[in-house]
Design a binder for this molecule. Sequence first.
Ligand SMILES: [Zn+2]
Length: 118
Amino acid sequence: MDKERRKTITNLLRKGGKMLAEPCYKCSGVLIEYNGIISCSNCDDVKDLEKVSITSLIDIKSRLNNLVSRKIEEVAVALEKESDIRKEEELSELLLKYLSILEKMSKNDKNNDTKEES
Ligand SMILES: [Zn+2]
C-alpha cells in the first residue's frame, strides 16, 4: 500500500469510516465502508470515496427544506395581505413552485429507487 493511499484510508477511518470484517472479493484486501459506500483499500480508488459525502448531502437537503418552508410562509403572508390580483397570481405561482420543490424532496426521501416522473 502506498503512502498516499494509506493516508487517505487513515483519514476516512478518522472521519467515521469502518473497516469491514470480510475481505475484497477481487484481491482479498481490506474493505472500507464510508458513508454507506464500500470500497477496497487495495484495488479501488479510495480518493474518490473521500470526495463523496452523504452527510453533507443530507445537510444541504435539510437546509434547503428549511429555506423553502420559510419562503412558503413568507409568500403565504404576502399573499394574505395582497389585494392586487396580478400580484396575487404571481405569489400563488411562486407558492406552487416552492411546494413542488418540497414535494419532490420528500418523494426522494421515501422512494429513492422508483423511476423519475416526467
Ligand atoms: Zn480489492
